[in-house]
Ligand binder design. Structure first.
Ligand SMILES: NC(=O)c1ccc[n+]([C@@H]2O[C@H](COP(=O)([O-])OP(=O)(O)OC[C@H]3O[C@@H](n4cnc5c(N)ncnc54)[C@H](OP(=O)(O)O)[C@@H]3O)[C@@H](O)[C@H]2O)c1
Length: 387
């Protein structure tokens, strides 16, 4: 205990805050994890060092790159709501949005223009910019020991980079610095697919999605809102005006006539479940809602489905909420799933096509949360909890 206090005091004295997350910090409990910086920063090692000390309560410097974006803003909220132990919050943007004060649950903070040398000093970095940005910077950002969680698709299909939904495969994080966050549609689908996979196995997955405008970031929201007000508003983000329309086209068309968004769902479900040859077919559609993606999913299973067992598994699966009472018109919807940390599953029914070996269901989840920010923060929490 004495050693701990001495170290904590010395470390505190030698450290200067950049931007304090003041309302979260119990200063007496702060071990400045930044002192274990460069390649020495390793949560497991630090925890081993203090393992007999009940007062050990580390905090971490956190950087959010893309902090003014749709995902970045939610990462800040999720860090606060999940009580992630933040000692210092760095909000990086492009030059355009830098040096502005933004109000966060941690207090008012200045944004700063992204600078790789500054950012790589953080313990945890959340990348919420673009795939090209991640490709250029992610590896270097890990250089000094930061854990980097990337929301783009840049590294999702790299066999050395784990693609993680903590409730499903958090063991994959072990020993890794760079971790990929899945595509939003994939993460939402898997919250309902995994319990079925676990109990009965999966042999086919067929789905159609109804994806909200905010899936295209802040600019997508603005374009939808403006195009509702003005029917002559010039669309730039979506291929056609989205107001009063649905568009069966998200991301680029591929040689096989699926879009990249649809293929991401196939590749990522296969990677996360560890079944590379699982047939997954998706039709991804943009619809004029602001937030939360919906998905109509049909599966074929290896074993016949026991619906009582499935209901128990759904009920106990963290992050999933059964919303399924057709007699009372209760089912998942974007309005109820928006801003919720749980993905909703309902309309669960035996398949007319696959009989006992299949079902149909409807799933809704907030793609900015489970599909991005919340999942990313839960990955970071898993790292701190010594998996
Ligand atoms: N939206 C979703 O539902 C969703 C879901 C899952 C994953 N994702 C992925 O998450 C990432 C972010 O998406 P988003 O929807 O949040 O996009 P967004 O709303 O367009 O926000 C982009 C953010 O990146 C910042 N940025 C742009 N260029 C930068 C640079 N050179 N240096 C530092 N910051 C820069 C922007 O800052 P400025 O304000 O300065 O422009 C803004 O904060 C993308 O890779 C996306 O594919 C999005």
């Amino acid at each position: 205990m004495m050693l701990y206090l001495l170290l904590a005091t010395l470390l505190s004295l030698s450290y200067s805050f950049n931007i304090p997350a003041s309302n979260l910090i119990e200063t007496s409990n702060i071990i400045k994890s930044k002192q274990f910086e460069k390649s020495n920063f390793d949560v497991t090692e630090i925890k081993k060092f203090f393992k007999n000390d009940d007062n050990y309560n580390p905090t971490y410097s956190v950087g959010i790159i893309g902090a003014t974006g749709a995902v970045g803003q939610e990462i800040i909220n999720c860090l606060h709501n999940t009580k992630f132990p933040v000692s210092e919050l760095n909000l990086y943007t492009s030059k355009k949005s830098s040096n502005k004060i933004i109000t966060t649950p941690f207090g008012r903070h200045y944004t700063k223009e992204f600078n790789i040398d500054d950012a790589k000093e953080c313990n945890f970095l959340f990348l919420a910019v673009s795939g090209d940005f991640s490709k250029k910077n992610a590896i270097e950002l890990c250089e000094k020991g930061a854990f980097v969680i990337d929301n783009s698709s840049a590294f999702r299909y790299d066999e050395n980079v784990p693609l993680v939904i903590p409730e499903i495969n958090k063991h994959k994080i072990k020993g890794k610095r760079l971790i990929a966050n899945p595509n939003c549609t994939t993460a939402i689908a898997l919250m309902a697919l995994f319990p079925i996979f676990k109990l009965f196995g999966l042999t086919k997955v067929i789905m159609s999605t109804y994806q909200a405008a905010s899936g295209a970031g802040n600019k997508g929201i603005i374009e939808l809102e403006e195009s509702i007000k003005d029917k002559n508003y010039k669309n730039e983000i979506f291929t056609y005006p989205l107001a009063f329309n649905v568009i069966p086209h998200i991301d680029k068309f591929q040689d096989n006539k699926y879009t990249k968004e649809e293929m991401k769902v196939s590749w990522e479900i296969q990677k996360i479940l560890g079944v590379p040859d699982l047939p997954v077919s998706c039709t991804a559609v943009r619809i004029p809602t602001i937030r939360a993606h919906s998905e109509a999913i049909t599966v074929e299973t290896e074993k016949p489905i026991d619906y009582n067992l499935l209901k128990t598994e759904f009920d106990s699966f963290s992050g999933l909420k059964v919303v399924d009472n057709p007699e009372k018109n209760i089912y998942p919807m974007p309005l109820t799933a928006s801003e919720s940390y749980d993905v909703e599953v309902g309309r669960v029914r035996p398949s007319l096509i696959f009989g006992d070996f299949g079902l149909d269901m409807f799933v809704c989840g907030d793609q900015l949360l489970r599909g991005a920010a919340l999942n990313a923060v839960l990955i970071a929490k898993s790292i701190t909890e010594e998996i």
